[in-house]
Design a protein around this ligand. Structure first.
Ligand code: ADP
Ligand code: MG
Length: 278
């Protein structure tokens, strides 16, 4: 079964794209067939993976607005790593789809129309908003990862985000789960970093006491530390594993990839495709 993960936070600059690209690259390096769907009209993930938006053919814009199959859009960018790119046109999809019935499930249906389930992981990079593009990701995903930048307003807006995901899960996608929070741009050894972790633990504890949804979300053990190599590699169109394989950034994303493989959501593995013990 494919693990379909939406990387989502309505704030910009928290590490969504960096996490999408480098987590996908880490999983691909380990031999998992991985697909990145770039749902942000800014096309940062597309560029980060070495493609020029628009130059390499159609994008998710044509998938969402004209029914083009995903296989016509995806490109292979490394061993085991494919991407369906974005384009600035995708910004217009929000408006163009207003009158379309079922507009929030177009991506889900397109993924279902793929022959078999050729991927182990599908990772979706979301725009910093909660519009129709994000809604398509939430309807197509089974899991949400929330990157948080470890700074003093980190938790601001988190309740609203969790409520939105809860609404989608109640109304259109009962399989959806918030799997975890990824702390990005983490300053190890600082008081601020430790305080954000404590705040986050308290936040989920208070949700547990109030029986609020997603109080069981994990804070991933792996912290993605601030690392200049991670900020440099997008302009080379390379993942951290191509650009600086011995950097701390590469080590952190490899560690996150290892951690999430041990943490599929409850009930995820059907008996037929449970991985055999190594
Ligand atoms: P988002 O997709 O949420 O807007 P990005 O992943 O684009 O966020 O990250 C915002 C900026 O911070 C980018 O310039 C990116 O290169 C940089 N960045 C992200 N994570 C790190 C990190 N761990 N260390 C250093 N720079 C980072
Ligand atoms: Mg981004």
């Amino acid at each position: 079964m494919t693990r379909r993960i939406a990387v989502l936070n309505q704030k910009g600059g928290v590490g969504k794209t960096t996490t999408t690209v480098n987590l996908a690259a880490a999983l691909a390096n380990e031999g998992h067939r991985t697909l990145v769907l770039d749902l942000d009209p800014q096309a940062h993930a597309t560029l980060h993976l070495g493609l020029m938006p628009g130059r390499s053919g159609p994008s998710l814009y044509e998938v969402l607005t004209q029914g083009l199959p995903l296989k016509e859009v995806r490109r292979t960018v490394a061993d085991n790593l494919d991407v369906c790119g974005s384009h600035i046109d995708l910004a217009a999809a929000e408006v163009e789809l207003i009158g379309t019935v079922g507009r929030e499930v177009i991506l889900r249906d397109q993924l279902a129309a793929e022959d078999g389930e050729p991927y182990d992981f599908v990772i979706m990079d979301c725009p910093p908003s909660l519009g129709i593009l994000t809604l398509n990701a939430l309807c197509a995903a089974r899991e949400v990862f929330i990157p948080l930048q470890a700074h003093f307003l980190a938790l601001h807006g988190l309740s609203k985000l969790l409520e939105t995901i809860h609404l989608v899960s109640k109304r259109v996608n009962r399989d959806l789960r918030v799997s975890g929070v990824v702390l990005c741009l983490y300053e190890s050894g600082t008081r601020l970093g430790a305080e954000v972790v404590e705040d986050l633990e308290r936040f989920f504890e208070s949700r547990r006491q109030a029986s609020s949804p997603w109080s069981d979300a994990q804070i991933f053990r792996t912290r993605i530390r601030r690392n200049i190599r991670l900020a440099e590699c997008p302009s080379f169109g390379q993942s951290i594993f191509q650009y600086a394989p011995t950097s701390r950034g590469a080590a952190d994303y490899a560690s996150l990839a290892g951690e999430i493989q041990g943490r599929a959501p409850a009930g995820f593995w059907a008996s037929s495709d449970q991985p055999s013990p190594a």
